[in-house]
Design a binder for this molecule. Structure first.
Ligand SMILES: [Ca+2]
Ligand SMILES: [Ca+2]
Length: 371
């Protein structure tokens, strides 16, 4: 697979999720720490009604029978519609828009409800800045609601996993990890000192964990699933599929970025390699949230996804996921990061890395699906 931006090529596996709705509702009802998302999304007037939507509670301007299934989100949709459909699905499912995974010791991983919907995945033939592996563009359906990490998994959250399991990451096998040299715009040789604790630059436990492999990210998900299961027996934490990731990143938009087509605006919305406040990763959540309430989908750390990295051609269009190993032997990585230019942080851009590979530019976020 070609290597845009000169970066090390990395790629990520198929895990299905089956959750009983009754169990889910039972657990969520018990989640006293759940919060609403209204505080992080600026409110706008509803273009259809001219009224202010009630993001933090029931939207009384939109009467809906309790048993009525809300509409799927169909792109393009503006941020008001996106938030309204998100809220209506939360009400329909009787779940909060935002939930928290308690990792112990006061560390809580926030997740955001993403409603089901349809969107155009990838890049059309005439899309500027697009690459061949983003085509063919196709209409994709995400048929089930799911929760996705509000932020990239932080080093502090990953630390809870390692402390609980004594897990040793791939980088801690004596060979270390790759670090990006921002001056030369190329990777240093693999450095044995680097691992999830030592990024090669200053970071705190609020920064996204990096130098973890796809295999390490899977181990985190298995641990979190097991931890949750001992308490609630309700769900399985996984990496998002590429389709889920791109749908969540686009959040109703059809433009190159969630904020539009103007790449020059990227420094307002994402931590990239361009001149901005952060030379390396930033603590999560330093840039505006997208309409779903997700942070850092563009830039900061790149993010492992579930799929084997491969062509879109031949994949289905309903909940697509590449479960077969491709010729590149890599897993998908999405969103671009602090080592990338604006082009390589677009919603549609794709990359990959071998599942045991790692670098100080790749992190991940977690997902669980409501079946
Ligand atoms: Ca930067
Ligand atoms: Ca990211």
């Amino acid at each position: 697979m070609k290597n845009r931006n000169g970066e090390q090529q990395f790629r990520v596996a198929g895990v299905s999720v089956l959750i009983g709705a009754g169990l889910l509702i039972g657990w969520l009802s018990a989640s006293s720490s759940a919060m609403q998302i209204g505080s992080i999304i600026p409110e706008k007037k509803d273009p259809n009604t001219g009224r202010q939507p009630k993001v933090g509670g029931r939207d009384t301007t939109l009467p809906m029978a309790k048993t009525e299934v809300p509409p799927m989100l169909t792109a393009p949709a503006d941020s008001v519609v996106v938030k309204r459909i998100q809220q209506r699905w939360a009400e329909h499912l009787k779940v909060p828009v935002v939930i928290e995974e308690d990792l112990g010791g006061g560390v809580k991983l926030k997740m955001v409800l993403i409603p089901p919907g349809k969107f155009r995945m990838g890049s059309t033939d005439d899309a500027i800045l697009s690459a061949a592996d983003e085509k063919p563009s196709r209409e994709v359906t995400i048929s089930k609601p799911f929760y996705l990490g509000m932020y990239e998994v932080t080093r502090g959250e990953f630390r809870k996993f390692v402390d609980a399991t004594q897990y040793r990451t791939n980088a801690e096998d004596g060979t270390g990890s790759f670090a990006w040299n921002p001056d030369k715009r190329e990777f240093f040789p693999k450095d044995e000192k680097l691992n999830w604790k030592v990024a090669g630059f200053d970071q705190t436990d609020s920064h996204p964990v990096v130098n973890e492999s796809w295999d390490d990210a899977q181990a985190f998900c298995v641990w979190l699933t097991k931890r949750e299961s001992t308490v609630r027996k309700v769900r399985k934490l996984v990496l998002p599929t590429e389709a889920e990731w791109e749908y969540a990143c686009r959040a109703g938009t059809t433009t190159l970025f969630v904020f539009g087509d103007d790449a020059d605006q990227v420094t307002k919305y994402a931590n990239t390699e361009l001149k901005d406040e952060f030379r390396y990763t930033a603590a999560v959540g330093q840039y505006p949230a997208n309409p779903f309430g997700l942070f850092d989908m563009h830039g900061n750390a790149l993010e492992w996804c579930e799929d084997w990295f491969g062509p879109y051609a031949g994949l289905g269009t309903k909940d697509p996921v590449q479960r077969e190993k491709q010729t590149t032997d890599k897993r998908a990585v999405r969103g671009g990061g602090w080592i990338n230019d604006a082009n390589n942080c677009r919603s549609a851009v794709r990359n990959g890395g071998e599942p045991d590979n790692r670098g100080n530019h790749i992190g991940f976020r977690v997902c669980f699906r409501i079946e």
